[in-house]
Design a protein around this ligand. Structure first.
Ligand code: UDX
Length: 452
């Protein structure tokens, strides 16, 4: 089938590549000329495991094309995806300007019947707006072309995007038009072989499903972070509690890891946007507001542990912190809403210096922070430790999981480790003579009272 995809971000590029991989003819459209030029030469603007060889192979075989020419892409497409960004505007609502700009473009170029698919995470009611916008443009051209707008939210995770896209656990299709559903069933058939993963519903329910999924996951994390605080206060270990509750299948093992807070391009934005939708409909979204507030507080928690250890901010001036992990999670170079950003800012505000290492996100950090005297971006984890007084681990990259604690004890001036992802066993760290602060582990209380 011939497909056009607007937006070559995470969702657009990965979806387009996977659709080409199973044999569809895909044209990816973006307004960013540089990005399109780069993609044609095999330069992938994001780090995503497995994506680069797949883009190159499908491009070379002619099934995956990149263009800035919207008209050309629309002319040949029976299915047109909208996968552009929906950044939050000042009040937390999703900003639809890019989605609606694409809708206008579609309306200006559409010649033959097509199905327009909203893949971006968009507030309930957006499909109707997209429909009205396209219809308005068609009417202005005096054209009468049959089209439908379907909601088909994407659930892929950064770092596992290709895998998620090739083996989705569900494919949500929102439309009341059986013909559109039939076409999309065909499109997705290669991804839907072993059992039926397609869930059909009305368009508004599909739009809400995406927000409900992300808000539920964010709620689990904030819940665990709250339990971690309680554990810390009462001298319990949240890691025991986690193991104690995860075995209940109603709770499950996933997304109950306490940590330095959730980040990324989805959870923070989607929880806010859903709360906003609720408020606009006269509701008071008590739970969503709490999920967001708990997370905001949690992002500052590592620094709170730093303050507890050192007995205040005054002593931090001139100290050097090694930071392991800048990305909002492992296997990505994405630093949007990353907890590391909060910690770095708090350390800098207190006059401390930072030597940071991340396996993928150092270029992104360079782009965000530029050159500054209190930041050294390092090429290796070991290099970040040189001359450091303390180590803080913010992202749980695999390579940080088993450090040589004896070596850490030697190099860290103050022999202290702040673990924002509970990667280590307190006994192992402490046996090496290092003070250990983690999230929601009774140790943090035992250590209260300052440096040893
Ligand atoms: C998320 C959803 O998982 C995905 O289905 C949706 O399509 C987009 O949003 P993503 O943003 O890639 O995907 O990240 P995810 O892996 O879900 O992690 C989000 C954040 O939560 C990370 O900062 C992670 O460190 C944090 N997290 C996750 C925890 O703090 N604890 C956990 O138990 C799980």
């Amino acid at each position: 089938m011939h497909v056009a995809i607007f937006g070559t971000g995470y969702v657009g590029l990965v979806s387009g590549t996977c659709l080409a991989e199973v044999g569809h003819e895909v044209t990816c459209v973006d307004v960013d000329q540089g990005k399109i030029e780069g993609l044609r030469q095999g330069i992938i603007p994001i780090y995503e495991p497995g994506l680069e060889p797949m883009v190159k192979a499908n491009h070379a075989e002619g099934r995956l094309k990149f263009t800035t020419d919207a008209g050309e892409a629309i002319a040949g497409a029976e299915i047109i995806f909208i996968a552009v960004g929906t950044p939050p505007d000042e009040d937390g609502s999703a900003d639809l300007q890019y989605v609606l700009a694409v809708a206008r473009t579609i309306g200006r170029h559409l010649q033959a019947p097509a199905i327009v698919v909203d893949k971006s995470t968009v507030p309930v009611g957006t499909a109707d707006k997209v429909r009205e916008t396209i219809a308005g443009e068609l009417a202005a051209r005096g054209m009468d072309v049959v089209f439908d707008v379907v909601s088909n939210p994407e659930f892929l995770k950064e770092g596992a995007a290709v895998e998620d896209c090739m083996r989705p656990d569900r494919i949500v299709l929102g439309s009341s038009n059986p013909a559109s559903i039939e076409r999309l069933r065909k499109l997705y058939a290669p991804f839907n072989r072993s059992h039926d993963r397609i869930v059909v519903m009305d368009v508004r329910s599909a739009e809400l499903t995406k927000y409900a999924a992300n808000a539920m996951l964010a709620t689990k994390i904030s819940f665990m972070n709250e339990i971690a605080r309680i554990a810390e206060a009462v001298g319990a270990d949240v890691e025991h509690v986690r193991r104690g509750i995860g075995s209940d299948p109603r709770i499950g093992w996933h997304f109950i890891y306490p940590g330095a807070g959730y980040g990324g391009s989805c959870f923070p934005k989607d929880v806010q946007a859903l709360a906003r939708t609720a408020a606009q409909n006269g509701l008071d979204p008590l739970l969503l507001k709490a999920v967001e507030a708990v997370n905001e507080r949690q992002k500052g928690h590592l620094f709170e542990l730093v303050l507890r250890h050192y007995g205040g901010a005054a002593v931090l001036r001139g100290k050097t912190f090694a930071i392991w992990g800048l990305a909002f999670k492992p296997d990505t170079d994405d630093m949007r809403e990353a907890s590391s950003r909060r910690l770095l800012q708090q350390l800098w505000d207190a006059g401390a210096k930072v030597r940071a290492f991340d396996p993928e996100a150092c270029d992104e950090a360079r782009r965000i922070f530029g050159q500054r005297p209190d930041l050294v971006l390092c090429d290796a984890a070991e290099q970040a430790l040189e001359g450091a007084d303390a180590l803080a681990v913010v992202t749980e990259w695999k390579q940080f999981r088993s450090p040589d604690f004896a070596r850490l004890r030697q190099v860290l001036g103050d022999a202290v480790l702040f673990d924002g992802r509970n990667l280590y066993e307190p006994e192992d760290v402490e046996a090496a003579g290092i003070a250990y602060w983690a999230i929601g582990r009774g140790r943090s209380i035992r250590n209260r009272g300052g440096a040893r």
